[in-house]
Write a protein that binds this ligand. Sequence first.
Ligand SMILES: Nc1nc2c(c(=O)[nH]1)N=C([C@H](O)[C@H](O)COP(=O)(O)OP(=O)(O)OP(=O)(O)O)CN2
Length: 136
Amino acid sequence: MVYLTRVEHFNAAHKLYNPNWSKEQNELVFGKCANEHWHGHNYELYVTVKGRPNPDTGFVCDVKALSKIINQYVIEQLDHKNLNMDVPFMKDQLCSTENLAIAIWKQLLPQLPAGVQLHGIKLYETPRIFVEYFGE
Ligand SMILES: Nc1nc2c(c(=O)[nH]1)N=C([C@H](O)[C@H](O)COP(=O)(O)OP(=O)(O)OP(=O)(O)O)CN2
C-alpha cells in the first residue's frame, strides 16, 4: 500500500462562537478567537489517499486529478470565505479546525476515483496548530 499526499491551501475568516452561550461565556472559553468581527487564517490542507500503484502508470492516482477534485469540492467552497456564514457544509457547526477537517473528509470521500481510498486529512490552521482526521 502506498500513501500519496496532495497539499492545497486556502484563506478564510471565522470566529469560534457557540450561539447557545452568552457573549461572556464565549469570550471566557474562546478568548480572542470569539471576536465578533472575525479573524482569518492561512490554512494548509494535506489530503492523503492510499492504494497500490497502477502497473501501467506507477500512480496510486493522478495527483493532478486529485488536486482538481480537492479544488472543486473543498477549496472553491472555502477560499476567501467566511466559514461561519458562507460555507453550506459548515452550517450550524462550530468552525474549529477539528470540525473543519471532519467536514472536508465528508466532502471529499464520495468524490474520489474508484480504487482510491481516502486515508487522512491534515489541516493546519496556523503553523503551530493542526489536526489530523482518519475517518474514525
Ligand atoms: N482545539 C482547538 N483549539 C483552538 C482552535 C481550534 O481550531 N481547535 N482555534 C483557535 C483559534 O482559531 C485561534 O485563532 C488560533 O490562532 P492563534 O492564537 O494565532 O494560534 P497560534 O497558537 O498559532 O499563535 P500564537 O501566536 O503562538 O498564540 C484557538 N484554539
